[in-house]
Design a protein around this ligand. Structure first.
Ligand code: TXA
Ligand code: MG
Length: 320
């Protein structure tokens, strides 16, 4: 049964819950991307997540919970944090908050930080798995560390092979971009990672502008956001207006089609929601074309465009 892709029906979700409780890793769909889940209270299982992804142990994991009631056992939620959970949970918003003293979550999850990242996924399978496992689930995106995130069960299998004991398959994820990560450790909320909830929507709830991590400290607030990330094998050339016939092309909006090795338009009608949903699968397909470079045409920066551009910038960053 190692590495098996199984339909995300009630029987397999019950089986997956058992597997989580026995310390195994189960990949599961969320509304954003597939996650590689482990019992967050089991240090050995959490350690296996880092090993399976080849993830540096200084990069902490997100803990998935059913809602605020479970979250407050693990982290301390200020009134501002509660305003955000009221508005966006369940959903693609992750909050980094101080850990509680009584937290049963393994220290490894936080990579030595006194904080913990929590999110309540808005996906029937993820929620059913949380119920079946009866545990908070530590789950990073189910891809090799640094590689393109997985929005299909097949992407998980291609990246992680049999490192997940089971992959629950419910087809492509709907949003296609990871959750937005906000730190509420200090009084001022700070954006650590743009994502599927737009900055505009968060600022509307806060009634103020959201502070940005400025990268000026030598102790990064969000350890996962500094490196080359979301990277295909091919090089990525941003803000391209033309390309050679041997390049693969990632287009957006009303771009005239010119000869290219492979050409994918994320959204011919210029819809950022559609583009976000297609982004990671498109990068994998363009990579598989064998092109040595992917040329990406410009994408607007407002709304979900901020998160899309963030992923593309990191995907294009020099590799380690
Ligand atoms: O949509 C998502 O968030 C997906 C699905 C599976 O839930 N998960 C995901 O996890 O994207 P991951 O591990 O690929 O990204 C988690 C991000 C990383 O940038 C990590 O550094 C940051 O959250 N993070 C986690 N815990 C943190 C903490 N205590 N302090 C600061 N940043 C933290
Ligand atoms: Mg990730």
């Amino acid at each position: 049964m190692q590495g098996r892709i199984a339909p995300a029906n009630a029987e397999w979700i019950a089986e997956a819950g058992q597997m989580i409780r026995s310390g195994a890793l189960v990949a599961f769909p969320t509304e954003t991307v597939y996650g590689l889940g482990a019992d967050a209270t089991n240090g050995e299982a959490v350690a296996r997540v880092f090993a399976a992804k080849n993830r540096p142990t200084f990069n902490p994991l997100i803990v998935h919970v059913l809602g605020l009631e479970q979250a407050v056992i693990i982290g301390t939620f200020s009134p501002v944090a509660r305003r955000l959970t009221d508005a966006f949970w369940p959903g693609p918003l992750t909050l980094v908050v101080p850990r509680t003293a009584k937290s049963e979550v393994s220290d490894l999850v936080s990579a030595g930080l006194p904080t913990v990242a929590l999110r309540s996924p808005d996906h029937a399978v993820a929620r059913a798995l949380l119920v079946a496992a009866q545990r908070p689930l530590a789950a990073p995106s189910a891809n090799r560390s640094g590689h393109v995130s997985a929005t299909h069960a097949e992407h998980v299998a291609a990246d992680l092979g049999d490192k997940a004991a089971l992959i629950l398959d419910s087809g492509p994820t709907t949003l296609g971009l990871e959750s937005t990560v906000i730190s509420l450790v200090d009084e001022t909320p700070v954006l650590l990672r743009p994502g599927a909830v737009t900055v505009e929507a968060i600022e509307e709830v806060l009634g103020s502008r959201l502070a940005r991590e400025d990268g000026s400290t030598d102790r990064p607030l969000s350890p996962g956001q500094l490196q080359s990330h979301y990277a295909p094998r091919a090089g990525l050339r941003l803000d391209a207006f033309d390309w050679g016939p041997d390049e693969a092309v990632l287009a957006f909006g009303g771009i005239a089609r010119q000869p290219a090795r492979t050409f994918i338009n994320l959204s011919p009608s210029g819809d950022l929601v559609e583009a976000a949903a297609n982004l990671f699968a498109a990068l994998r397909t363009l990579d598989a074309s064998g092109a040595s470079t992917i040329a990406a045409t410009p994408i607007p920066r407002h709304g979900l465009g901020e998160a899309i551009n963030d992923r593309l910038k990191r995907a294009a960053a020099p590799r380690e």
